[in-house]
Structures are given as C-alpha cells and as structure tokens.
Design a protein around this ligand. Structure first.
Ligand code: GLU
Length: 480
C-alpha cells in the first residue's frame, strides 16, 4: 500500500509551494487508495514560531486535505512531532556508529570555523573519522561535546531513481560527512526524516526539488541501515514572473505567496487548490480545468507530473477564482464576502449589490473598489459622456438629462424593471438609442466607464432620492 507524508517545518506561514507539496503528496496517496500522514519537522529550534503548527492544521483543513495519522489525531507511529522523538534518533544514530556508518566528531566550533575559512567552503576535513575506539571513549568519558556524522563512501557513485526527474547520480567524493545528530542531541533534517520515513512506513517521498541534491545522502542512509529505499517524487521548482519578464524563485515580491495571504486577499480555498494542482501537473485524460479535490483524487497520476519549473501566474489564479465565485449561490457568496463588504454599504440594498458584483469580480478584495460608486459620488468628468458607439457626448447629456430627471421624479415604483420600461419608452419617443440614454444616465450617476450593473440597476440600489440628486448635480456641472 502506498503511504505518503507531508512533513512541514513550523515556520509560521504556508508558502503555496508547501501547500502544493501537501496536495500532491495527498493526491498520490488518495489516488492509490493509500495512506497520507502529517509529521511536524521542528528540530531546528531556532526557527521555532509560536502557533505555527496550528496554522498548518488550519490550512490543511481549509483546503480539504485530510490525513490518516498526525500530531493532532495520533496514529501507530506517534509521536508525529520530531522534537518529541529525540530518543529515537539517538538510538538510530548509535546503531549507525555500531555498523561503522557514522562516527563521533568532537571538533570544536573554533576548529570548524577555521577550516571553513581556510578552505573557502563548508567542507569538513574528516578529522574525527578515524579516531580510535579508545580516543572516542576517552572523549565521551570527559564529557566532550560531540556531533555524529555520516561516513560517506570516498569513491564510486551513488545513484537513485526519481519518479519525476529520472536517474540521478553523484560522485561520492562530492558528498560531505554531514552531521546527523547535533551537539544538543537533536537530529538534522537529513537524518531525522530518513529515520521517520522508514519507521512510519513511507513508500513515496514527495517533496520540493530543492531536496534532490541531498537525496543521494538520504539513500545512502537507507543503505547503511539495510532498509529498502523509498520511491522519490521530487516536484518541479515554482517560479514567479519578474517585472522585466525574467523568472525567479516564487517569493513575496511576485505577490502573495502564503495561503493565508491569498485567502485574505479574497481567493477561495477551492480555487487556490484547483490552481495549485496545475503547478506541475496536467491530466492527459481531459482538458477540463475546473476540478474539485474529489475529482483530483480520482485523476491524479505521478506519471503526469512535469519536471520543468512552473510559473505561478496570478492572472490564471484570478480566472479560476472568478469562476468559483460566480458559481457560488447568492447565499454562499454572501457568507464569503461578508468580511470584504465596506461599512459604507451598510444601509444599502446588500442583496442587490451582491447579485450584481458576484459574476464581475476576480477576488473578494475587489469588492471595495467596484462598490465604491454606491456610496461615493465620484468626481465630475465631462469627457466620460462621450461614447462613439452610442453617439453620445456632453452636449447631448445637457439636453436629455433634465427630461430624465422629470421622469424619475414622477415615478413611485423605483425598481430596475420599471425604470427600464419608462426610460426605454422615453428613448423611443426621442428617437434615441436605449443604449445612448442609459450611457448618459450611468455616467451622470457614477463617472465610471465600467460599473457593476447598468444605469437602472444602479439607480435601484441608490434609490430615488440619491439618483435624482446625482443627476441634478451633473446637470449643474454640465452647465458651468
Ligand atoms: N521539513 C521539510 C520542509 O518543510 C520537509 C522536507 C521533506 O518533505 O522531506 O521543507
């Protein structure tokens, strides 16, 4: 049975790249009726951030990604938080020492800093690799601080198969004797995740391609223990497009990159997940692009993961989000947009406004901007009356608007339908196109070229008094 995991470090925010890793790892498990687990990798205590693990759980929950084992739900391999597994790593590091695959290193910080400086790099000179048993025992007896290092083969090559990137080989002479257990007794990522993946029965290691260069060290650890290697699925790099058209690793300067920031900007979790699924994968079975998590669970195939870098395209995300927003029922839309409704809309006909804007916005944070016309009377702008298609201009506005005011003043029922009927009748009588009359009214009300809804819809929302007031103000300014 396939078993995958998502193993985030609690850094305090969920980068979309991490979320993609979680999603792909989850989909690989679910598509194959396997198991998916969560493990928290918090052995780098300096990077510890308060509340970070809760944020991880909350993000997975909001995304609909469920798991079979994890810190908050337990499971047969508990605990699932690395800082609570210290004893386990110690035990396995000692096993490697027994086997001659790792060694104690007593080098002082000073000494290490010197060799770093001397060699202009970070390679360790393997000073402690061949200490005699007696020397080691004496050092331990004296309580000298130590780390445990992996004993890399000195020649030959290490090769492994990656399910996305294919065969990966490195010359062993390029591998350093990296630290497995630090002097504080905590393991490094390189060691801890191997021990955990083995003990937790992980069959497929799914993670970002930034780990591909360390993977040879990891497979050597499996070999050293005599464990069967897992399958590796490294995911393509995520890039962002720079202003000058070049690409670089996706980061804040490209836009929001954390799940929470995207949600705060008004992207729906379903839309984010749908879009993220395409950052490195494309189904060969269909050209459809809108997929629920359930659809994805059925469709996703490891063989369809792409190894070339993918670019996070905010336009495309907007397109997905717009699709998701317009598919919501009005009630659902009301709920998700609540946080984004400006206070100034409080006494306005909220349902009508929501209905108008629902199919028109790309993200919920657009609401403030597109609804401005309902609570702010924008600045007069004569030019905007000009419209070639409808053959309108300020002169026409000046002559027609006063007559329109009269019609409006005589109306008792001020709804979209009735307004439309009366104004169409007026257009016909005047020999004007309905579009022309509506254009003039809409501009007189809003001075905005693109508005959510047409003139009559806007008037219904503004109400009789406000609509007439705005048109009269416009007439005044037109005559000045
Ligand atoms: N803790 C690592 C990270 O957050 C996980 C790497 C892995 O999945 O093995 O990047």
């Amino acid at each position: 049975m396939i078993k995958t995991r998502f193993a985030p470090s609690p850094t305090g925010f969920m980068h979309v790249g991490n979320l993609r890793t979680a999603l792909y790892s989850y989909l690989i498990a679910r598509a194959n009726k396997g198991k998916f687990i969560i493990r928290i990798e918090d052995t780098d205590q300096e990077r510890f951030v308060e509340g970070a693990t809760d944020l991880i759980f909350a993000t997975l929950k909001a995304s609909g990604i469920d798991y079979d084992e994890g810190p908050d739900i337990g499971g047969p391999s508990a605990p699932y938080i690395q800082s609570e597994r210290k004893e386990i790593y110690k035990k396995y590091a000692e096993i490697l020492i027994e086997k001659g695959e790792a060694y104690y290193c007593f080098c002082s910080k000073d000494r290490l800093e010197k060799i770093h400086e001397d060699e202009n790099g970070y390679s360790y000179d393997r000073h402690c690799r061949n200490l005699s048993k007696e020397e080691v025992e004496e050092n331990l007896r004296q309580g000298k601080p130590f780390v445990i290092r992996q004993k890399m083969p000195l020649d030959g090559e290490t090769t492994f198969e990656d399910m996305v990137f294919g065969t990966v080989s490195v010359k062993n002479e390029e591998l350093q004797d990296i630290i497995l257990l630090k002097s504080d007794g905590l393991p490094t990522y390189n060691f801890a995740h191997v021990v955990d993946d083995y003990l937790m029965g992980i069959t497929h290691v799914v993670r970002g391609s930034e780990y591909i260069s360390s993977a040879p060290k990891h497979v050597l650890l499996y070999d050293a223990f005599g464990w069967e290697r897992p399958k590796y699925v490294h995911l393509p790099l995520l890039m962002g497009k720079n202003e000058d058209g070049t690409f670089s690793k996706l980061s804040k300067r490209h836009g929001s990159v954390s799940f929470q920031d995207l949600v705060d900007e008004g992207y729906l979790p379903d839309a984010i997940i749908n879009y993220i699924a395409f950052l490195g994968w494309k189904s060969k079975q269909t050209t459809e692009e809108f997929f629920s998590l359930n659809d994805l669970k059925k469709l996703f195939k490891i063989e369809e993961i792409n190894k070339s870098p993918s670019v996070f395209d905010y336009e495309k995300l907007n397109w997905f989000n717009k699709g998701y927003l317009s598919n919501l029922s009005l009630d659902e839309f009301k709920i998700v947009s609540k946080k984004f409704m400006p206070d100034n809309l409080k006494n306005k006909n909220e349902d009508k406004i929501l209905e108008l804007i629902k199919p028109r916005i790309e993200k919920l944070s657009d609401i403030a901007e597109v609804t401005k016309i309902f609570y702010e009377f924008p600045n007069f702008d004569k030019e905007k009356f000009e419209n070639k298609k409808n053959k309108t201009d300020a002169e026409l506005a000046k002559s027609v608007l006063p007559e329109i005011v009269k019609i409006l003043e005589n109306m008792d029922v001020f709804t979209n339908d009735v307004l439309f009927l009366n104004l169409s009748k007026f257009s016909n009588e005047k020999g004007l196109k309905v579009g022309a009359v509506m254009w003039l009214i809409r501009i007189a009300l809003t001075y905005t070229l693109a508005t959510p809804g047409g003139a009559t819809e806007i008037m219904e929302i503004l109400g009789k008094e406000e609509s007439i007031y705005r048109i009269k103000e416009s007439i005044k300014k037109l005559s000045n």
